[in-house]
Ligand binder design. Sequence first.
Ligand SMILES: Nc1ncnc2c1ncn2[C@@H]1O[C@H](COP(=O)(O)OP(=O)(O)OP(=O)(O)O)[C@@H](O)[C@H]1O
Length: 262
Amino acid sequence: MTIPIDKNNKGQNVIYDVKNLDLWYGNDQALKNLDFAIGENEVTAIIGPSGCGKSTFIKTLNRMIEMIPNVRTSGEILYRGTNIFDKSVRVEELRTKVGMVFQKPNPFPKSIYENVVYGPKIHGIRNKKQLMEIVETSLKSAALWDEVKDRLHDNAYGLSGGQQQRLCIARCLAIQPDVLLMDEPTSALDPIATHRIEELIEELKKNYTIVIVTHSMHQAGRISDKTAFFLSGEIIEFGKTTVIFSNPKDQRTEDYITGRFG
Ligand SMILES: Nc1ncnc2c1ncn2[C@@H]1O[C@H](COP(=O)(O)OP(=O)(O)OP(=O)(O)O)[C@@H](O)[C@H]1O
């Protein structure tokens, strides 16, 4: 069967070129022969029913998946032309370039300021003026600055869930990533906080490449340029979101996006 995939992601610079990617947890195969490309400054949505491999896939993009024992991969993921599984690739460097935001906001139990400067400090930045500039720029980029500028030294746990999630985004931005991976970033948030994050994603894609896992078809339709539909560890269909949602080529895609299963 030919999978309807716009493999070359025409017209875009390719950030990730995923080639024949397989992944196993022990003996169980969770990703099967994934083959597609992710374009620069695009939002790529990963959709599909529970257990189809969405989280596994995005955690593979910055090799966070390797924190789980007995994970094995084959195939390649070229990130800006370099296979991330190459021995020469330093995983810390990869994770600096490819930040991640999780389902549940996970700020550190520290002040708002300390959350943002955490990464830059690890990277050796000590100058107070420079750190304050990073805090301001990152919080502005995460659309949080106006709400917190007068209480930067308050504990992050005092923020609302939506604000905590934007703080986690600011924490990622503080180390100047290239790609943002988001694993259901709004699933723990109310509709207003969700709307703010969606607006923010729209803004962030001007400067970053974003890969987002979402269970919400509406969200994928609203914010993504490309959509990949996963089923049982395979990509069933990948392409422009407008096309996938209006004219899917595979019956299984149509059944999923119209809510017949999943
Ligand atoms: N740590 C793990 N050890 C073993 N198997 C795992 C592990 N994590 C996930 N799996 C299995 O891999 C498959 C894909 O899981 P994954 O969490 O990537 O799916 P998902 O599409 O993100 O699901 P959900 O939408 O429910 O979050 C499932 O069969 C799951 O049981």
